[in-house]
Each structure stands twice: as structure tokens, then as C-alpha cells.
Ligand binder design. Structure first.
Ligand code: BGC
Length: 810
């Protein structure tokens, strides 16, 4: 097994594409996007424009704008992540010929490589014009992980068989719109107003402002031109106007002489800290920026430091290793140490495209476990994004007639509900009601993340100052929502939706909403119990102050206690936990018939709606719903909730329930296969491995056929890494010890990664089928309790613990 990233094979680190594939260009652009957690730029060619094949796009965390529109005669408003001015445009021509990128002059023999280790996208190709003049071109591109305001690209042109004038044109283009998602194109996508632009002391500048949110974005570009490595100062022509500022350079060339243009760009926004006016700030940054090579060096070093903390090295199929790294890479490009000050959450589709308008869903429940154990300060920043939006969540709870905090299903700048109320079914062409805002379980994910963060970091200060407030206010909401049924001595949670979005109503009942969704009720019981634990853990005076401030009294705590013991769960006669009250009365679905008719039936909601039917009538799930419980909770934790609720169970309860829903889920969400792999990891390793492989393919193979081009599926990406990190290793952070219960798939013979657990920032974990090794390379830290399966150990400071593992079958 390789011991450091530098020694492992390049094939595990390089995503490579040869030739052009217009039909899949959008997917490549997303997978080859480069970014630094502050902003991300899609991997569109610098000479390309939005033309149906290419879609240049740059998105910055938290830079959003709201537009009003009309759909079917109804007023709607959408807040969207904004496609920012294109900083990349760079092209050239020979004498007065066509520009590269014009229909007559395109790249040939192209090889594009994304080097994940270094965070650099390179592209090599040849261009031959109508007169047979052939040039070799090489380009490199980065968005700096070291200097978060900076991005850079360079382009070298080597004439092979001609002499003449080469004209290079570079631009900053603010004429862009949000047009990356076909389904949204009927709605307004104009978010940028031009403020100013031009050519200032040798630099290109452009300042724009978002229309409604009035976020100002300043860009400045500095160029350097080198001939055979020697800097030249050629004459230039600058043009500006209408949102575009451009500059052209001429240089005389001859065969074999390399002309290189470097473009270093600064991008600043009025949301940034420690800057003045964004236009002036960008100008300053660009002026101060080092050369491309120096920038590259610093950038590669920053990535090396990140990889040291975040890499997952496996002994297994090379493609698995590559895709896992691709996933880590894109997580870190969306949220990195540079995100800490940005007050932006974790957008479900990364900063890579416009799907879901850049909104923040519950997907962070899949991303946080990775961040918590690698970059806890980044995880904490993501929780702070929620904490700052507590006032809005409290207002939403009050508006719904309840106490506590009700977080929005889709969140953006302010924390108000951003879910659309209608969505387009492309199959039927109809706008249909969207009730997904009833997924009030989002708050349970926030509470869950808060508690898991606390367990894994021991960050008491965060708990006291912020975390407890999140946890208690969410608990308060659920205790208040619960209605008491005296006859059964049970509480019900009514009018909600679970994670399975294919069920938003009971057939025959007026109005949307389901009752006693098992996922919601179990997680609400778990959250109320943790909230009570948290209250007991807080220092006395802090507890008093917090409870006073939140208006929570002794009687409330008694109610929490009661609700957490008496929430209702529904069961099928064979001991399967029912997805919600009434689920058992639904019809079985004709899986074989529909598969035969439609092939891919993952979007059954669209298929059935187009047929005038609805999934509400059937026992079908879009994604793991009940099964999500076994992803979030260990078997012991789950059974502890059942015990507390007074429901009988045996060791078959989980496997029977898993088998039941596995047969009735169509995986219309990429999150689903992650969970499916997780819940089978201990009972059916072969199937778990197959689901894991499918989950890995979600984006790299664009498994949903067209959605990856609109943005990565960050939850699924992080979920696959977490499957490795926690799923197959049985890693647990609760109970005061770092716990392991490894059960590696047959195809995975070993893995290594570094963890940050509590006061131990450098724990090196290596697991094979035979041995678990944990080493603590940090200097002075207390000894660490480690539990492996049922045995307890202690790891000394700077020590190494090696535990032989009994091989398990299955
Ligand atoms: C899934 C949700 C998820 C959202 C954003 C939907 O398709 O059903 O669970 O939060 O996508 O990724």
C-alpha cells in the first residue's frame, strides 16, 4: 500500500479525457471544475461560450440573487446562486484568420487532464486552420487554494509550420446570465447589472452588481506574455463596453517558438472580509499577485496540505480510488478552510452549476461526517450558517403556530424557505405542486449534525455558545408539534413528509402531508433525548441563562421527556417498521411491468404524473426513508430509541425492515444508493459493494442521464467517502471512545486515512482484513481510549495501537 500521496500511481490522481464529446461536455465541465471553497469555475474551454454544448460558469459561495416571475399565471420568486462574469475568455488567431472557438477553427486531438493532487486542469490540443497552418497549444488553469481571491490560466501556442502574426484576445465577460438548467429557462435568469469596466494601468477590470441582493463583484486581470520563456511587452488594444472588457496583443512568431500568455485574475465580492470596494480590491489583488508559476507553486502546496488531512488511500480497484479522490476533491472545492468566514452553507449541487439554484438542503448530513473528522473548523462554520438563521427558523415555527425553530427545506441567504411551490415535469410539460417544504425533518438533521460534531470534537465552547441553542430550539419545535392521543397514550407528528419525496399525501385525503413518518418520529425521539442530555450537561448557570432566553421551563422539559418516550411508530404485522401511518394500505407496485415499459424508472414521480397517476398510491420510495435511520444511527442507538418508546423488537427488526424497503426503492436520488450500501454493509457485503460502486458512478458516469452537467451531487460524493471512512470501518465517535468495528468489502483489502478526533488532530488509521492500526503522531496529547469491536484499548501519546481482527464471513 502506498504510504503518501506522492508515491501513489498517477492513474489514481488524474481524471483524463481524450477527444471531444459534445453530448457529454457539460458533465466534463462539472467534473473538471476548479475551485477553492470560495468560488468555483466550470471546466469550459477558455475560448468557449454558452452555446448549447459549453456552459462557462463561475459561482461564489453565498453570492445569490432573487428574481420575481410568473408561472401559470401565479407570481413566484426564486433565489439563485449567480453565474458570475466569465473570467476565462482567452483565444487567438493567425493574421486576420478565424478566432479559435469560431466554427471554422476548433481544437483537435485534445487531451484534457484534471490533476486532483495539484488542483490543476490542463488541456493540450492542436489547431489547423483552413490554410493548413498547424499550432500546438497547451493550457493550464487553477483557482488558487492558497490565495483565495485568485484564479489563473496560461496558454502556450507553438506554431509548427508557419510564421506570421499571432493575436491573442483576453476578456472579462459580464454579459452572462443563469441559463445552465433547461427546466428553468422559461424563468428570468438575469442577475447582473454592469457597473464599470475598462483597462486600468495594464489591467482589465470589470465591476458588476447583482440586481436584487446588490452584491458587488469586482474582477481584475493581469497579463504577461512570454516568447520562449522571455517576457515581452507587446502593444495592446483594449476595448470595453456593454459588460465586456477585452484586450488584444500581437506578436510575430515563427515555427517552434512558444508564445505563452498568462492571465491572473482576482475576484472580490462585497461579501468578502477585509476588503474595501470590490473593484478596487480586485485591482489591488491582481496587481500584487505573483507570476503564474509562483501562484501554481503556492496552490500545489496548499493542496498538498489539504490532502495530507483529507486523502483516503485504498487497496482496491484503481477506478474506485480515483473516483473517491475526485469526490474528496470536489467536496474541498465547495467547502474548504476558505469557507469558514463566508456564512454560506453546503449547496447540494456544489458551486458547479445552477441545479436547485444553489440551495442548501439536508444533504449536509452526508457531508458533515467527513468535515467533522478532517476539518472541524469548517464543519463548525457550516453549523454556524444554521445558527445565524435561527431567528428566521423561529419565525417560521411561529408562523406555523409552533414553538422552537423550523428550518427551511431549501435554504439560501436569509434562511427563509426557498423551496419552489411548483415544479416542471419535463415528461408531461406540466407544472405540478411541490410540497417538499413539508420535509420538516431538515431540522432533525441540523440537530443531529450539531450533536455529532460535539461528540467528535468535544468542542464544549461551541455547544455552550451555539450548538445547544440549535439542538434545544429544534427539540422544542417537535415537542410542540406532537399531538397527544389519550386513547393510545401516544403522540403523533402529523402533516409532514419524510425523505422519500414520492409520498407527499395519503390517497383520498384532502391536502398534502403524512402522519407519523417513521424516520421523522424516530429522529425526533432521538433529538429530544439528546436535547435533554445536553441540558443536563451544560454548566448550571449557562443552562439557566439559555433556558431563560429560549423560554423553556421545567414543564417543557417534562413534556420533552414524555414525548421522547411516547411517540408513535407504525408496524406491519411481520415486524417491518412502516414508513408512515397508512403506508400498509397502499398498493404494491408493478415493478417488472414498469421496468419493461420504461427501462429506467428512477423518476417514477414523473412517469406516473405523466400517466395521470401518482406514486402516493403505491409502496414505492424515491430514496431511502426508513432505511435512513440505520444510516444515521447505529443498531444499538436505534434499538435504544425503540426501548425508550416502549416498542418490542428483536435482532431481526433491522434486517427485515432493510429487506422490505430495499425491494421497494427506485433510487431517484443519488443519496439513496449511498444509504443502501451502508445498510447492507454488514449483512450482504457483495450487494453493499455493488451499491457503493453505483453511488461512486453517480457523477463520473452521470448516472441520472443529464443531471451532473447541472452540478455535482455533493451529498452522494461525500456519502461515498463516508462509507469508506465510517461505514466499512464501523467508526464511531460517541460514548467517549473512538470506536471501530471494521467489516471491509472483499474487494477492498486495505485503507488508510488521517483523522482529527477531539484533541488528536493527527490520528493515522490503517485497516486491512486482518489488522487495525491507529497511530497518534501528534506531540503532547492525552492518551486516547479506543474500542475495537467489544474490546477496550488505550493509545499512548505518539504511540501506535495494532489490533488483530478476526475475519468475518458474509
Ligand atoms: C432528494 C433530496 C435532496 C435533494 C438535494 C432530492 O432529489 O430527494 O433528499 O436533499 O435532492 O440533493
Amino acid at each position: 500500500m502506498t504510504s503518501s500521496p506522492a508515491e501513489s500511481a498517477d492513474s489514481d490522481w488524474v481524471l483524463r479525457y481524450e477527444g471531444a464529446d459534445p453530448g457529454r461536455e457539460a458533465v466534463r465541465e462539472v467534473l473538471c471544475a476548479v475551485g477553492n471553497g470560495r468560488f468555483v469555475t466550470r471546466g469550459a474551454a477558455p475560448e468557449s461560450r454558452a452555446d448549447g454544448v459549453h456552459y462557462p460558469g463561475t459561482y461564489a459561495a453565498g453570492v445569490v440573487d432573487r428574481c420575481a416571475d410568473r408561472v401559470d399565471g401565479r407570481a413566484v420568486e426564486n433565489e439563485s446562486i449567480v453565474n458570475l462574469p466569465d473570467w476565462q475568455p482567452l483565444t487567438f488567431r493567425i493574421d486576420d484568420g478565424d478566432w479559435l472557438g469560431d466554427a471554422a477553427l476548433t481544437a483537435g486531438d485534445q487531451v484534457q487532464e484534471l490533476d486532483l493532487r495539484r488542483g490543476v486542469l490542463t488541456r493540450r490540443f492542436v489547431v489547423t486552420d483552413g490554410a493548413g497552418r498547424r499550432s500546438r497549444v497547451a493550457q493550464r488553469r487553477l483557482v488558487s487554494m492558497a490565495d483565495p481571491m485568485l484564479a489563473a490560466l496560461d496558454c502556450s501556442v507553438v506554431p509548427e509550420n508557419w510564421s506570421g502574426r499571432l493575436t491573442v484576445r483576453s476578456a472579462l465577460d459580464g454579459r452572462v446570465e443563469n441559463a445552465g438548467v433547461a427546466r428553468y429557462r422559461g424563468l428570468d435568469g438575469r442577475h447582473l447589472a454592469f457597473v464599470t469596466g475598462g483597462h486600468c494601468a495594464g489591467l482589465l477590470t470589470l465591476v458588476v452588481e447583482t440586481v436584487q441582493s446588490r452584491i458587488r463583484v469586482g474582477l481584475a486581470a493581469r497579463h504577461r506574455l512570454l516568447v520562449d520563456g522571455v517576457e515581452h511587452e507587446p502593444g495592446h488594444r483594449a476595448t470595453a463596453g456593454d459588460g465586456l472588457t477585452a484586450v488584444e496583443f500581437d506578436v510575430d512568431v515563427r515555427p517552434g517558438r512558444a508564445v505563452t500568455v498568462e492571465k491572473v485574475v482576482a475576484l472580490c465580492t462585497s461579501r468578502d472580509r477585509a476588503i474595501g470596494e470590490p473593484g478596487a480590491a480586485a485591482l489591488d489583488e491582481a496587481r500584487r499577485a505573483p507570476s503564474f508559476d509562483r501562484l501554481l507553486e503556492r496552490h500545489v502546496q496548499a493542496w498538498a496540505h489539504l490532502w495530507e488531512r483529507c486523502d483516503v488511500r485504498i487497496e482496491g480497484p484503481s477506478r474506485t480510488s480515483l473516483v473517491l479522490r475526485l469526490h474528496v476533491f470536489h467536496i474541498l472545492q465547495t467547502v474548504s478552510p476558505h469557507s469558514v468566514d463566508l456564512d454560506a452553507g453546503i449547496p447540494a449541487r456544489g458551486l458547479h452549476g445552477e441545479a436547485y439554484r444553489g440551495h442548501v438542503f439536508w444533504d449536509e448530513v452526508f457531508v458533515l461526517p467527513f468535515l467533522v473528522l478532517r476539518l472541524p473548523s469548517v464543519a463548525r462554520a457550516m453549523l454556524m450558517y444554521r445558527w445565524r438563521r435561527l431567528p428566521q427558523a423561529r419565525a417560521a415555527a411561529r408562523a406555523a403556530g409552533h414553538r422552537g425553530a423550523l428550518f427551511p427545506w431549501q435554504s439560501g441567504a436569509t434562511g427563509r424557505e426557498e423551496s419552489p411551490t411548483v415544479h416542471l415535469n419535463p415528461r408531461s410539460g406540466r407544472w405540478v405542486p411541490d410540497n417538499s417544504a413539508l420535509q420538516r425533518h431538515i431540522g432533525l438533521a441540523v440537530a443531529y449534525n450539531t450533536w455529532r460534531y460535539h461528540e467528535a470534537t468535544g468542542d464544549t465552547e461551541f455547544l455552550v455558545e451555539h450548538g445547544a441553542e440549535l439542538l434545544l430550539d429544534v427539540a422544542s419545535f417537535w415537542a410542540d408539534l406532537a399531538t397527544y392521543d389519550r386513547t393510545d397514550d401516544r403522540y403523533d407528528l402529523c402533516g409532514v413528509m419524510g425523505p422519500d419525496e414520492y409520498h407527499d399525501a395519503l390517497p383520498g385525503r384532502d391536502g398534502p402531508g403524512l402522519d407519523d413518518n417513521a424516520y421523522t418520529n424516530v429522529m425526533a425521539a432521538w433529538t429530544l433525548t439528546r436535547a435533554l442530555e445536553c441540558v443536563a450537561e451544560l454548566p448550571a448557570r449557562r443552562r439557566e441563562h439559555l433556558l431563560d432566553r429560549l423560554g423553556i421551563g421545567e414543564r417543557d422539559l417534562l413534556r420533552w421527556e414524555h414525548v421522547s418516550r411516547r411517540l408513535r411508530l407504525c408496524w406491519h404485522p411481520d415486524g417491518v417498521l412502516s414508513q408512515f401511518r397508512g403506508y400498509a394500505d397502499l398498493a404494491e407496485f408493478d415493478w417488472a411491468g414498469y421496468r419493461a415499459r420504461y427501462g429506467d424508472i428512477s423518476r417514477l414521480d414523473r412517469i406516473l404524473e405523466a400517466e395521470g397517476d401518482t406514486p402516493n398510491r403505491y409502496r414505492v420510495s424515491k430514496q431511502a426513508d426508513v432505511l435512513m435511520l440505520f444510516h444515521l444511527l447505529t443498531a444499538d442507538e436505534f434499538y435504544a430509541v425503540l426501548d425508550r418508546l416502549g416498542y418490542a423488537h428483536d435482532r431481526r427488526t433491522i434486517p427485515t425492515t432493510v429487506a422490505y424497503y430495499t425491494a421497494r426503492t427506485c433510487h431517484g436520488s443519488t443519496l439513496s444508493r449511498v444509504v443502501q450500501a451502508w445498510v447492507l454493509a454488514r449483512s450482504d457485503r457483495a450487494r453493499a459493494w455493488a451499491y457503493f460502486q453505483q453511488a461512486l458512478e453517480s457523477d463520473i458516469a452521470d448516472l441520472q442521464g443529464g443531471t451532473t452537467g447541472e452540478g455535482i451531487h455533493l451529498g452522494a460524493m461525500a456519502g461515498t467517502v463516508d462509507l469508506l471512512q465510517r461505514g466499512f470501518t464501523g467508526l464511531q465517535t460517541h460514548g467517549g471512545a473512538l470506536g471501530f468495528d471494521p467489516y471491509l468489502p472483499e474487494r477492498l483489502t486495505g485503507m488508510r486515512f488521517r483523522l482529527h478526533y477531539r484533541q488528536h488532530p493527527e490520528l493515522d488509521v490503517a485497516i486491512t482484513h486482518r489488522t487495525l492500526t491507529v497511530g497518534d503522531s501528534a506531540q503532547v496529547v492525552p492518551e486516547l481510549p479506543v474500542r475495537v469491536r467489544d474490546a477496550d484499548f488505550r493509545l499512548d501519546p505518539r504511540g501506535t495501537l495494532q489490533v488483530p481482527l478476526q475475519r468475518r464471513r458474509g
